[in-house]
Design a protein around this ligand. Sequence first.
Ligand SMILES: Cc1cc2nc3c(=O)[nH]c(=O)nc-3n(C[C@H](O)[C@H](O)[C@H](O)COP(=O)(O)OP(=O)(O)OC[C@H]3O[C@@H](n4cnc5c(N)ncnc54)[C@H](O)[C@@H]3O)c2cc1C
Length: 370
Amino acid sequence: MAQEKTPNCEIIIAGAGLSGLTTAYLLSKQNVDFQIFEASDRPGGRIHSVTSSLHENSQFDLGPTWIWPEYQPVAAKWLDTLGLESFEQFDNGDAIVETNADSDVYRQMLPGQHGIRRIKGGPRAMVNQLLKAFPRSKINLESAIDRVELFEDGVRIHTNNPAQQIIHAKKLIIAVPPRMAHQSINWPAEMAPQLSSMLQITPTWMATQAKAIIEYPHAFWRKSGLSGRIASHSGPLVEVHDHCSFDGKATALFGFVGVPHQGRSELQSRLHKAIIEQLVHCFGELARKPLKLTIQDWAGEPHICSGTDLETSPAHPEVMPGFIRGAHFNERVFFTSAETSARSPGLIEGALDAGERIAARISAQLETGR
Ligand SMILES: Cc1cc2nc3c(=O)[nH]c(=O)nc-3n(C[C@H](O)[C@H](O)[C@H](O)COP(=O)(O)OP(=O)(O)OC[C@H]3O[C@@H](n4cnc5c(N)ncnc54)[C@H](O)[C@@H]3O)c2cc1C
């Protein structure tokens, strides 16, 4: 193992999703020198949104929407820390049940999920608040880390950005979904087989899903005593929910597309039309003319959804063995990302928990000079 020259920064963070930004926020509060390398052209990772066409301050969520603060102490704490508030997911009134596209739909009360809430401004507001803690120059966008090398007292990363090709640091934090970390980065040969296997087998939560946002000028369903929920056995949306902003100004529904990712690209041109036809079937003619329909297909996101996620059945990640949460490559490499959390793997709560855990560990190590 060669000696390496002075690092360019103390800590490199790979990935500007919620877990990487949480670590960055906490390290910045302790004046730790870090740089973030993000493969895509925006921070946020799976947290992504589209702006309302009528209210430019309102965003609709293309990725996560829900938190359960009553059961998620870490998320509840971060809402406080970041000065954000949550509000109840609207679920007043009947849902529509659709058994198939040719028969009548019917109204029915459906059981709610106790404690399910949304963040005012959406999870995007969390990202925006975290980003305020440090200069934007600390995030290098369109800079995918594609190779990691180890040295006696540090790491060297290679990125695909010609302006930022090789960076040296004391430590490297991988805030990238495990499968993506395995697929997109060329690791040193001495990677422990146990680590390699854990990275490969851990599913990326929601990576193959597609979400549709259907924005309307008014929440017409609410006026008819409907909650906006649809439970459908025919699709293309299998589950639909009210997605109006907390102040009720921006009005929309969101739905999960039930068509498996293999068939979605072929359907792409027909999917918009099929979604509108389904909403008309469930809610009547008022649903025919949305202001905007946006479909976010996560299976097509090359930095989130790995080849293994595409080839295997979607599954919720389980709590991974403690080994993943330890230090790797002689205390130089650490893995975070929602999937590595022991608390709520795959969820917002998990991303915050994992980001916190790694920041605490790195700070402790830097204090003791390791
Ligand atoms: C449709 C959908 C709905 C969801 N709904 C909910 C919900 O309601 N509630 C909930 O709690 N959770 C939900 N989730 C999960 C939630 O979004 C995630 O838990 C959380 O956003 C994960 O954050 P993260 O930072 O761990 O990972 P990510 O957000 O995946 O961030 C990883 C980042 O790493 C980058 N990257 C990848 N490879 C490299 C590389 N080689 N070099 C540099 N950068 C790289 C990626 O571009 C990305 O920005 C949902 C997810 C989706 C997709």
